[in-house]
Design a binder for this molecule. Structure first.
Ligand SMILES: *Cc1c(COP(=O)(O)O)cnc(C)c1O
Length: 363
């Protein structure tokens, strides 16, 4: 049988990616995620701009990390590697372990103790990774993994692996293909700063190939308690509710600054309070559920809009990096509790606030 379905980012964007022999491609059909136009938030925030969400939570393991992981693991397999290792705030480990499982190789994962969302931990475990909770933070874990990968036969699949960024840049191709152009502004969360670097690389390559006629301004946001790039110094003990970007010493720090400067963009910080507000606002008004780290893009857009940053007609794309179900605890915290109702129809009607019968109007 000849399969004619979609088969992941490597096959789709082969001409823009380092060559991988077809027989070594490890894919779970990542990418091809929806670009969703805001329907209600424009009215609430600013009717004069266009807002689109690149919903990366719909990748196979629920985050954009899969785009990079298909490249990194395929390359590892084609080089004969039998194991991968990563430090992770959660999503890298979920993705690495899934792609390693698919490839039939081992995965080793170092995570900061106690600071990882349950959904992400469950993924690494169920995909069969050896999960090591180290008594330190992400930055400490990354130092150890880098050293081990240097001296032993395991492939590092953090975003310092250049193949990760190659895969991740395909998201900007998809956006440009769907919009028929680059957006005016591209807004991203910044943690280890690999993704903003990858998107900028992607846009520049598409521009060079004549596929788009202009480049976007790259806008990055860090959480106030984990904002080394904004503060211009390492943050020893980063803290934020957005655990996916709880990073004090980003590996791609310099490249993120270059993306900002070359594109004429900016990198700023947003408070946890504003992140959680945007997180709830997005879910309640667009039906799109993302992680707190992803919602920082909307919080940031609201912040910039408040000071009249966007010209009329601006097209803004926000990358929603991960799925909200990874970390449901936060959703429950920011929402109303379920109401407890006795088990009879009248009590249910009373709780619903319904008084009239049919055609008498609703509530
Ligand atoms: C990894 C991750 C980020 C941060 O991306 P970087 O490339 O490290 O800047 C943001 N959000 C989510 C959900 C992530 O998994």
């Amino acid at each position: 049988m000849v399969f004619k379905g979609y088969e992941g980012v490597i096959k789709r964007y082969r001409e823009f990616l380092p060559e991988i022999d077809e027989k070594y491609i490890i894919t779970i059909n990542e990418g091809n995620t929806p670009l969703i136009k805001a329907r209600n938030l424009g009215r609430i925030i600013n009717p004069d701009i266009e807002i689109y969400f690149k919903y990366e939570g719909l990748n196979p393991t629920g985050s954009f990390k899969d785009r990079g992981m298909t490249m990194a693991v395929s390359k590892a397999v084609s080089d004969g590697s039998k194991a991968v290792i990563c430090a992770s705030t959660g999503n890298t480990s979920a993705s690495a372990s899934a792609y390693a499982a698919r490839a039939g190789i081992k995965s080793f994962v170092l995570i900061p103790e106690g600071k990882i969302a349950t959904g992400k931990l469950s993924q690494a475990l169920v995909h069969g990774a050896l999960v090591m909770q180290i008594q330190g933070n992400f930055d400490d874990a990354l130092v150890i993994t880098r050293e081990i990968a240097k001296d032993y036969d395991v492939t590092l699949v953090n975003s310092v692996n250049p193949f990760r960024l190659e895969g991740q840049k395909t998201a900007s191709f998809e956006i440009a293909d769907e919009l028929g152009s680059a957006p005016d502004y591209h807004i991203l969360p910044v943690g280890n700063a690999g993704n903003i670097t990858a998107y900028w690389k992607g846009y520049k390559e598409y521009f060079a190939a004549g596929k788009i006629k202009k480049l976007p301004k790259m806008i990055g946001f860090q959480a106030e308690g984990a904002a080394p790039i904004v503060l211009n110094h390492i943050v020893k003990e980063p803290h934020t509710v957005a655990t996916a970007i709880r990073i004090g010493n980003p590996a791609s720090w310099q490249k993120a600054v270059e993306a900002k400067e070359e594109s004429g963009g900016l990198i700023e910080a947003v408070s946890d309070e504003d992140i959680l507000k945007a997180y709830a606002l997005l879910a309640a008004n667009e039906g799109v559920f993302c992680e707190p780290a992803s919602a920082i893009t909307l919080a940031g857009l609201i912040k910039l809009n408040g000071r009249g940053f966007f010209e009329k007609g601006s097209v803004c794309v926000l990358t929603l990096t991960g799925h909200g179900l990874k970390d449901p605890g936060n959703a429950i915290k920011v929402s109303k509790e379920p109401v407890i109702v006795p088990c009879d129809k009248n009590s249910v009607l009373k709780a619903m606030g319904i008084k009239k019968t049919k055609s008498g109007g609703f509530i």
